[in-house]
Design a protein around this ligand. Structure first.
Ligand SMILES: [Zn+2]
Length: 195
């Protein structure tokens, strides 16, 4: 049977999503072939609207549809939790953390050619006024640890009165914040240690 080009195209598009293999991609594509026009249109509109409306908060760097996100506007700005990516925030939210975040946009990674200058460190300096504690919650892997150490050293010099902490490492080395269960992360946060 001759392959149907437009279905192949849609399948290839789904395969670009994380965790979607060829079979699942094909099933997703087929479900849209069978969907009514309205469902298909809603699907396209939702994707386009995300691309149009969502951008980074000018303070913390997390995703928002506003200039400054609601977290930055409404929460305690004296405790900042530093993370590598926006995807690290939802699991930390579940621990009941009540401060604000700062998204670095990655970790220090010589392998991928990403240096400290590529991270949002200058933006963090900009918002340090009135800050009492900086929690550095990058992943407990090699790159996350190196980044945490760099930031701790730099900010300790610049702001000797600010407490700089890191979630406790009951967490196995190499594990990612994104996939940690709520209880482990809550424990790591409540018993954070000073760096
Ligand atoms: Zn924000």
């Amino acid at each position: 049977m001759k392959p149907i080009k437009s279905i192949e195209r849609l399948t290839a598009a789904f395969r670009k999503l994380p965790g979607v293999g060829p079979k699942t991609a094909w099933r997703y594509a087929m479900s849209l072939v069978d969907a009514d026009d309205e469902t298909a249109r809603e699907f396209c509109d939702a994707i386009l609207s995300v691309k149009r409306e969502v951008h980074r908060c000018i303070k913390c760097g997390n995703y928002t549809e506003d200039e400054i996100c609601e977290t930055c506007l409404t929460r305690d700005n004296s405790v900042i939790c530093v993370v590598a990516y926006p995807k690290d925030i939802p699991p930390i939210e579940k621990t009941g953390f009540g401060g604000v975040y700062h998204v670095l946009g990655g970790t220090f990674s010589p392998r991928e050619g990403r240096g400290i200058d590529d991270l949002r460190v200058a933006e963090l300096v900009e918002r340090m006024k009135g800050v009492k504690e900086l929690i550095i919650a990058t992943n407990p892997d090699l790159e996350g640890e190196a980044t945490a150490l760099y930031i701790a050293t730099k900010f300790r010099k610049l702001y000797p009165d600010v407490k700089i902490t890191r979630p406790a490492q009951g967490i196995s080395v190499g594990s990612e914040m994104e996939f940690m269960d709520e209880a482990t992360l809550t424990r790591a946060f409540s018993s954070r240690r000073e760096m």
